[in-house]
Design a protein around this ligand. Structure first.
Ligand code: 5AD
Ligand code: SF4
Length: 470
């Protein structure tokens, strides 16, 4: 069981306080913005969890009376919801913050906030405090519910707010959410991570694991399906350690009536059980695809990463799934150039790719994160060399995918239509069960529907085909 640091009464008090701030802030905004409501621009970097958090932030803002815009220059409130997983994500945020200086100078009441994983780090908050005076609010991943107070302090008191309070409090349920998408919905099932992989900053910025109660999740998914959502993705840093049992949760979600499909991310191989594979195979709404990051092919490196499985354990899961369903689809995350990784060890990663034949890979060059254990490991491979390894790996994966996707030729796949084709607007685009992009000619009225597509061509990591019997 995971440990929850519960301060229920503190939380109730905090929420009461926030509702008072909400009233004060609303009145203040009505005075400042007489003709039309203020507009907020929220930009999320990084993973699906961040997109989901941004939907909650928008929920708070909508309750206060904000409208939303996609045009940064038109907005009265800019929030960057940041990612800290790799250094280049952080560099991009600093670049964007720098560019806001002129906008801030030109607009008297513009409020700029930086939140999320990057903002949760004290060193980042300190840097923003001293170097970027245009930023009014810096807040981490635990205090979204305090937005009314933070905004009030910035707008009424004209003070800068820095709130990195780390509070593994009970999960706030029943928050309003403004969702980006009308077809696909993210539903967090747990927050935080207890694993402390030695390269990873996540446990430091998102705290310990906390699971939502199954009935809250079922209630939310049931409503989403009633609202017409066709794809539900259950979210967590490691959904397999969901403390009320993940397979059971999947089975309950599968029982919700309606025409929708279920995905989930992310899974940790050390917790991915045969029971999980059986559940995926037995539940008709769950996509027969598992995102199972193996990170590296060498057991020495896996040990250094503190991943707690061997590559043989990993193959066991793959073999079990493919033994039950030969075309069971896998995707993975890979880190190239972990400190001390040799070229021979990198080749072991390549071997896994060739053996498992993933339908999709998310590949990264190792990025040193301050405060993690790997930070202090000796690292003598030059960055340029690691870049070369990564490019080599991507080339090999391209060959694997081209070969792999041949299994779909002349077969009919079910596609959830997401929108217009990227290059040709007479085409529609969507994903099949295996999460592979499928493009085909079709009418716009099909957006948001499941259709059957017969695959005729493979091109550039995608499938092309023709709609049948729709
Ligand atoms: N450097 C490079 N990649 C990283 N990831 C996490 N931390 C780092 C890091 N320091 C990758 C892992 C993880 C994915 C979400 O990001 O592959 O699975
Ligand atoms: Fe990071 Fe490992 Fe936790 Fe994933 S399981 S969030 S890689 S520490």
């Amino acid at each position: 069981m995971n440990k929850i640091n519960t301060h229920k009464s503190d939380l109730i008090d905090e929420l009461k306080e926030q509702s008072i701030y909400k009233i004060k802030l609303k009145a203040l905004l009505e005075k400042i913005y007489i003709d039309s409501p203020p507009l907020a621009y929220i930009h999320s970097f990084g993973c699906q969890q961040n997109i989901s958090d941004a939907e909650k932030i928008k929920g708070f803002l909508a309750e206060i009376g904000y409208g939303f815009t996609d045009i940064q220059d038109d907005s009265d409130l800019i929030i960057y919801n940041t990612c800290a997983v790799r250094e280049n994500a952080e560099a991009r945020v600093y670049g964007n913050i720098g560019e806001l200086k002129h906008l801030k100078a030109a607009k008297e009441n513009l409020v700029i906030g930086i939140c999320g994983c990057m903002a949760q780090q004290q060193s980042v908050a300190d840097k923003i405090k001293s170097t970027y005076p245009q930023v009014d609010m810096v807040f981490g991943t635990f205090v979204f519910h305090k937005l009314p107070e933070m905004l009030y302090n910035v707008l009424a008191e004209r003070i800068r707010v820095f709130d990195l309070k780390e509070d593994n409090h009970e999960i706030l349920e029943g928050l309003s959410t403004v969702r980006e998408d009308k077809i696909k919905a993210y539903v967090p099932v747990m927050y935080g991570c207890n694993n402390f992989c030695t390269y990873c900053i996540v446990p430091y910025v998102r705290g310990r694991e906390r699971s939502r109660k199954p009935d809250e999740i079922i209630k939310e998914v049931t409503q989403l399906v009633k609202d017409g959502y066709k794809e539900i993705t259950l979210l967590g840093q490691n959904v397999n350690s969901y403390s009320y049992g993940f397979s059971g949760l999947l089975r309950s979600v599968n029982e919700i009536s309606g025409n929708f499909r279920i995905r989930f991310v992310s899974s940790h191989p050390k917790d991915a059980t045969k029971e999980l594979i059986d559940t995926i195979i037995e539940c008709e709404k769950i996509c027969k695809h598992l995102h199972l990051p193996f990170q590296a092919g060498s057991n020495r490196i896996l040990n250094q990463m503190n991943r707690k499985y061997t590559i043989e354990d990993y193959y066991d899961i793959i073999d079990y799934a493919r033994g039950k369903k030969s075309d069971f689809s896998f995707s993975s995350d890979i880190i190239v150039g972990f400190p001390g990784e040799t070229f021979e060890e990198f080749l072991q990663t390549v071997e896994v790719i060739k053996k498992v034949k993933f339908d999709n890979l998310y590949t990264f060059v190792y990025s040193k994160r301050s405060g993690t254990k790997a930070e202090n490991l000796p690292d003598n491979i030059p960055q340029a060399e690691k870049g070369k390894w990564l490019r080599e790996l991507i080339l090999i994966q391209r060959e694997v995918v081209t070969e792999n996707f041949k299994r779909f030729l002349n077969k009919t796949v079910t596609v959830l239509v997401e929108g217009e084709g990227k290059t040709d607007s007479t085409y529609l685009t969507g994903k099949n069960d295996e999460n592979i992009i499928v493009e085909f000619k079709g009418h716009h009225s099909l957006i948001g529907e499941f259709v059957n597509v017969k695959i005729t061509k493979i091109k550039n990591w995608a499938l092309f085909g023709e709609i049948i019997n729709n």
